[in-house]
Structure formats: structure tokens, C-alpha cells
Design a protein. Structure first.
Length: 496
């Protein structure tokens, strides 16, 4: 910038040439009306009430009486009734501040501009959760507002050790990104690795945390998620208390949690809000349901087509009678019904809410019944596919369900070729693949593998959940010196 106001205005407006949403105004200052000032901002990115009352009104009052020879910039800085302001030394800094919702103040004779924080872009407010519904827990959810999302976490963790490291990613979008973690609990190696991977991202635009999830993953081939997404502030806060790192991105109603293991995707927020006995039973059901979602179609094909002698006599007579009019082999029946279920699932997501629910329920009933009556599939196949589909819905996190769905087809293909041998081969391939995965240096199958590293303490929150007073240590995510979570005094009181 220069001390010539007209030059600064020309250069600034040249950057926004063709931008119809740039609002600008000149007004004189000083008793002689010889000092000109210039104000500029982008429409709908600022809070107009804040701008009018705390900026423009104050300036029009105080700048009228500027005596000759006074530094107008100092008056601008002192009289604006807001604490959040910065100084822009270059035209590029001024343009970036305007894109972030700030109001720029230029004055004659000043080689810099004042960027006043007047951010006020529209947002939908704090809503309720859609994909992670809780029976007893909080109902608030993250929004597309970056600062509101960090506030929802800060509201729950009132600790000065909660750090928020901010950066901007995306050459064109300059999306605000924040890493939130407890300084004395999170492992420094994980925090450093997260920062390193984020800073290595070189892309023109980041529109959602889904971009970040794909760009910082350890293995781009696997269908299994290596970081956890959530729309619940209480889930993100619990992850921070465990020693994990939460990545918040502007314009995204979801946040990213790293590291993540397969066990964390079976944990729901209600698991810790209700009594441990019923939630342990529910947790065990989730693991059983995940196994059925992956293995049930393949197991049916392996037994029915290769080893029918394993089926009880009365049941095999029923199955044989139902398949007499079916012209397709068993594996084609399974694929036909399973792909129909996938199409209904996708159609239900794309259609409006009430219509989507109707399509999913009525469509499944009609197609299943019509396929059986037409002799295209047998009733037992409809039951197997429906049970596998229902089982996949019990897993709390949708991102893990996508990996399980693809694994199901691997097990089904191996079973269709080699029978029970192929069934176990498909499971073995899947387990070997999962055992090779890592998330920010942690084994993906922890604590089912390498559980002795943490003294098998993490096994208390896997297939079953023990009472809270027995979960004295934080999971493996926390640094070793700060793993204590429940004190001995609290344990003695609760145990009585």
C-alpha cells in the first residue's frame, strides 16, 4: 500500500473486479472536509447491524472533528468500538480479510488499512443430530459455522489446556481448519503427525472434512475408514478427553477424529449414558450383527450349494421345495436381491425424507414379495439378504458400514467358488487386511491385537463395557503419563 488513497482504492477494487457483491463508500473526515476515507466489505458476509452501529456511526461522529495534522489511522483504530481488529499492510492482506467477512477502512495519507471483524454470514443455527441419534444424550449438533463448532466443544471442556491450532487450507477456498486437543493428554507424536499431514495438503479447494479424511489417510486402497467423523459435539468432546485430536473445518457440519480404530466405530454415545449391563449386551449385539452382515450371504451359499449335508433334513426339504421353480443358481439369487436392496437404500437417501422412507419400506416389501411369487428367488434368500441388511444398520457409524458391505461381496465371491473353504479364505483375507492397517501409527485392530501394550486396559471397552468406575485409565490414544481418568476416591464411593 501507499499513502495515496486513490492508488490503494484502485488496486483494491482491481482485485475484486467483476464482483458485484463488493460494497464500498467514501466519506470525508476532518473539520476542513479535505481528508477522505474509504470503507469496503462484501455483502452478506458481514453483520450489517454491527457494522452500522459500532463502525460507521462511530466514525461519522469522531472523524468530523479531526484537527489538521492528526494521524487519521490512529483515530480509526482508537474510536472503533470493537476489540477484534487487525492491520492489513498489503492489498493482498486486505482482500483476504474482506473474504473472511471483515470490513476494510482506508484513509488518506495512511499506507495501511484497518480490518474490523464484522463477520456475520448466514447460518442455520444449532440443530439436532440426524445420523447419530441418541436416546438419552444431548440433542445439539455441529453446524456449518466454524466458530460455532469450536464453541460447542469449548462449552463442554472448560480447560485452559484445550488448544485450538488454526490454519487455512485450499489455494482458492482458504478454508479455516482447527486442530483441537488437550495439550497435556494427547500424544505429541499424533498432534505433530496431524499437523504435518494437514500442512502437506495442496489443493485448490476444501469444501468438507471428507476431503481431509481422504487426503490424510494412511492407506488409500482400503474401504475401511481410518478416521472417525461425527456430527455430535459430545462425541467429539469425549474423544478429546481420551487424548485424540479433533479436526474442525469451516462449512462442514461434521468434524474429524484421529486416530481411529475399528473398536471406536462400534461405540455409540448412549453406551456411556445408560447402565453398563444393558449397553454391554447392546454392544455385543453390534459385533454379532457386523459379523452377520459380512458373512451370512456367503455362509448360505457355501452351505446350500457345496455342503447341503450340514443342513437338517426337514429344513433342506423346505429349501429344495422352494427352489424348484427358481431358474437361477443360489449366488445369482443372492446378488439379485442384495443389489435390489442397495438400490433401494440409495434411492431412499436421494429422495425427500417422507418419500425416501416410504420407498425403502414399501419398495422392499413389494419387490421381495413379487420376486418370490414370480419364481425369481426363493423365500430363504429373501430372509438371508434382509437379515444381513438389517444387521448392517445396527453399526453406529455409516462409514464402517460401507467397508463391511464391500467385504461381504469378497466373502460371497470366495464362497461361491470354493464353498466353506472359500468362506474361511475370504474371512482370512479380510482379517489380514485389517491387521495391516494403521491409523496415525496405531494398529487398526487395537486392542484385539497388541492389547498388552496398554496392559489390556482397553479391553474393558470392547465387546462389553465395564462400569465407569472400573475404567480408570484412558485408552491407548492418551500419552502414558496422563492416562488416569477415574480417581480412587470415586471408585470407592461408586463401588458401595
Amino acid at each position: 500500500m501507499t499513502t495515496d488513497l486513490e492508488t490503494n482504492i484502485r488496486d483494491f477494487e482491481k482485485v475484486f473486479e467483476g464482483s458485484g457483491d463488493l460494497v464500498k463508500r467514501r466519506f470525508p473526515a476532518g473539520t476542513s472536509k479535505e481528508i477522505n476515507c474509504y470503507i469496503a466489505y462484501l455483502d452478506m458476509l458481514v453483520n450489517r447491524e454491527l457494522l452500522d452501529n459500532l463502525v460507521i456511526k462511530q466514525l461519522l461522529v469522531f472523524l468530523k472533528e479531526v484537527p489538521p495534522g492528526e494521524d487519521v489511522f490512529d483515530i480509526l483504530r482508537d474510536k472503533v468500538a470493537t476489540a477484534d481488529m487487525t492491520v492489513a499492510e498489503t492489498i493482498e492482506e486486505a482482500a483476504e480479510a474482506a473474504l473472511n467477512g471483515d470490513t476494510l477502512l482506508f484513509a488518506e495519507g495512511c499506507d495501511r488499512a484497518l480490518a474490523v471483524s464484522t463477520k456475520g454470514w448466514p447460518n442455520r443455527g444449532i440443530g439436532t443430530t440426524d445420523s447419530e441419534v441418541s436416546v438419552q444424550g444431548a440433542k445439539d449438533a455441529f453446524t456449518e459455522s466454524f466458530r460455532m463448532n469450536t464453541m460447542l466443544i469449548r462449552r463442554r471442556i472448560k480447560d485452559t489446556k484445550l488448544k485450538i491450532d488454526q490454519m487455512a487450507l485450499g489455494r482458492r477456498t482458504k478454508t479455516s481448519i482447527a486442530l483441537m486437543y488437550l495439550e497435556d493428554v494427547a500424544r505429541p507424536s499424533v498432534v505433530h503427525e496431524a499437523k504435518k499431514r494437514l500442512e502437506a495438503i495442496d489443493i485448490d479447494g476444501l469444501l468438507d472434512v471428507g476431503y481431509i479424511e481422504q487426503l490424510i489417510g494412511d492407506d488409500w486402497v482400503t474401504p475401511y475408514p481410518q478416521s472417525q467423523t461425527t456430527e455430535r459435539p459430545d462425541t467429539a468432546s469425549a474423544a478429546i478427553l481420551e487424548g485424540r485430536v479433533v479436526i474442525v473445518a469451516d462449512n462442514s457440519p461434521y468434524v474429524l477424529i484421529v486416530p481411529a480404530t475399528m473398536n471406536t466405530f462400534f461405540q455409540a454415545v448412549d453406551d456411556y449414558y445408560e447402565h453398563w449391563t444393558i449397553m454391554s449386551f447392546t454392544r455385543f449385539l453390534r459385533f454379532v450383527a457386523a459379523f452377520l452382515a459380512v458373512c451370512l450371504p456367503g455362509l448360505y451359499i457355501a452351505v446350500a450349494c457345496f455342503h447341503p449335508s450340514m443342513i437338517p433334513m426337514l429344513l433342506i426339504f423346505k429349501m429344495a421345495g422352494a427352489r424348484q421353480a427358481v431358474p437361477f443358481p443360489g449366488v445369482v439369487e443372492i446378488l439379485l436381491m442384495d443389489l435390489s436392496l442397495e438400490l433401494l437404500r440409495e434411492a431412499g437417501l436421494r429422495l425427500p425424507g417422507p418419500i425416501g422412507n416410504t420407498i425403502g419400506i414399501v419398495g422392499g416389501l413389494i419387490i421381495g414379495q413379487a420376486a418370490v411369487e414370480a419364481g425369481l428367488v426363493s423365500p430363504i434368500v429373501v430372509i438371508v439378504v434382509a437379515l444381513a441388511g438389517i444387521s448392517s444398520f445396527t453399526v453406529p457409524h455409516v462409514s464402517l458400514v460401507a467397508g463391511l458391505r464391500l467385504t461381504k461381496y469378497l466373502v460371497l465371491f470366495c464362497s461361491a467358488v470354493l464353498g466353506l473353504l472359500g468362506f474361511w479364505l475370504g474371512i482370512l483375507i479380510s482379517l489380514v487386511h485389517l491387521s495391516c492397517l494403521q491409523s496415525f501409527g496405531l494398529p487398526y485392530l487395537f486392542p484385539f491385537v497388541s492389547g498388552d501394550v496398554n496392559g489390556y486396559s482397553d479391553m474393558k471397552d470392547t465387546l462389553f463395557r465395564v462400569p465407569l468406575f472400573m475404567m480408570k485409565k484412558r485408552p491407548i490414544f492418551a500419552r502414558p503419563g496422563h492416562a488416569t481418568r477415574v480417581g480412587e476416591e470415586n471408585k470407592d464411593v461408586l463401588s458401595k
